[in-house]
Write a protein that binds this ligand. Structure first.
Ligand code: FAD
Length: 377
């Protein structure tokens, strides 16, 4: 590896990008909707950027490799705090943020729509990775005339620095809630989800009322930079992990030098439904010893028993490794739709039985040790 220090970015150039030895296998695919927000040039002024590009060219010539950019972030005061910020803005006094961008991030064959949304909070609603914001959609609550809508929670999908690396934005991964009449199979827009549609339809410059931040369950424990983190997501449950992974692999944070293992399991319908896949593939290439990435594509892959491939089937495939990791202190996280948990719990119990272990006891120990983190909705 060769390293180049620029005034604002640290650039590492890896040798050997052959992914054929990768432990995790997934189908290649192409999606035309990319989130390029991680591009390091975002934090550079033009002069620095040009110098960096020139230098990068020289380095690439000498080692014939792509660069591995880590973005230097200016530590926010938040790095020194012992506790995460909580409920700075309550529903009665929400903060009015501004929409920066709304981007559809799934391909045409994905069932449903998922958007990556960046909002500008001006540094007024600071948060830690794994927390959520509340959003109050505009309009009146139909159940309480004269009152605003109830708050809807959304996991934050960026690090505390935001996709802009300046601590002034937060990102969300929002799935548009659409209602189909079970009898006719036709969409009924009058019953579509209020907040998710408001967010996915919004335009840059629109105002959005936010509350929070909230949540402590999904915070990333940083006391041991060599720890193992097993992250299990279905759909938009990927949001907190995108934040963790950017903190681990994309940002150069002086107070957190991750050198452990992050293992991501993502369950979605098909390859067009993959979320932030470009970012994750880049980490695989750049940090093959620190990142693993496994996919369960329910409509494209078959499980061992010949059924649809769900995330619990992938967990079962690697259960020996996962159990060993848990026994040596790994953290395990679950995020996404509520419906994911029963199947996963069943699989974990089955594996424990096969290993002659008592799952209930193991689970209560994991909870006691604060290794078990669940946020499903
Ligand atoms: P609502 O208006 O609340 O409607 C809910 C559902 O009911 C919709 O599916 C709607 O189509 C249906 N519906 C509406 N009217 C009728 C009717 N008359 N008859 C039958 N059905 C009807 N979501 C994400 O997308 N991304 C996240 O990262 C995320 N993180 C979350 C984190 C937490 C901690 C929690 C608790 C939830 C999270 N959610 C997330 C879910 C989110 O809070 C909302 O619940 C979701 O977006 C739906 O809200 P909505 O206002 O669009 O739908």
């Amino acid at each position: 590896m060769a390293q180049l220090a620029a005034s604002q970015v640290a650039v590492t150039v890896p040798v050997g990008s052959d992914l054929s030895t990768r432990r995790s296998v997934f189908k290649t695919h192409s999606i035309s909707f990319h989130d390029k927000s991680w591009a390091p040039s975002l934090s550079l002024d033009l002069k620095t950027k040009n110098a960096w590009l020139r230098n990068r060219h020289i380095i690439c010539q000498s080692v014939q490799q792509a660069s591995v950019p880590k973005v230097n972030v200016s530590p926010l005061n938040l790095e020194d705090a012992k506790e995460p910020p909580l409920n700075i803005h309550k529903p009665k006094e929400p903060y009015t943020a501004t929409i920066v961008s709304v981007e559809r991030i799934v391909g045409p064959k994905a069932p449903g729509e998922t958007c990556h949304i960046v909002i500008d909070h001006g540094g007024n609603v600071p948060y830690w990775e794994g927390q959520s914001y509340g959003i109050i959609p505009p309009g009146e609550n139909p159940k309480k005339p004269g009152s605003p809508h109830n708050v809807r929670l959304y996991s934050i999908a960026s690090t505390r620095y935001g996709d802009t690396f300046d601590g002034k934005t937060a990102s969300f991964c929002v799935r548009r809630a659409v209602y189909y009449d079970p009898e006719t199979g036709k969409e009924d827009p009058s019953k579509n989800g209020v907040c998710s549609n408001f967010l996915c339809n919004s335009k840059p410059g629109d105002k959005v009322r936010v509350t929070g931040p909230s949540g402590k369950i999904m915070l990333l424990p940083e006391d041991n930079p060599n720890a193992t983190h097993i992250m299990i997501a279905t759909g938009t449950g990927i949001a907190p992990y995108r934040g963790y992974l950017r903190r681990m692999f994309m940002e150069s944070v002086p107070t957190f030098k991750f050198n452990g293992l992050a293992w991501l399991f993502l369950g979605v319908a098909n390859s067009d439904s993959l979320l932030y896949d470009d970012e994750f593939k880049k980490y695989l290439k750049d940090y093959p010893d620190n990142f693993r990435y496994d996919l369960a594509l329910s409509r494209e892959q078959k499980s061992k028993s010949g059924g649809k491939m769900y995330v619990q089937d992938k967990i079962e495939e690697y259960s020996d490794e996962i159990f060993k990791m848990l026994d040596t202190g790994a953290h395990i996280y679950f995020c996404g739709l509520k419906g994911m948990m029963p199947g996963i719990q069943e699989t974990l119990k089955k594996v424990a039985d096969q290993r002659g272990e008592n799952w209930e006891e193991k689970l209560s120990q994991l909870k006691k040790n604060k290794q078990w983190h669940v946020e499903v909705y």
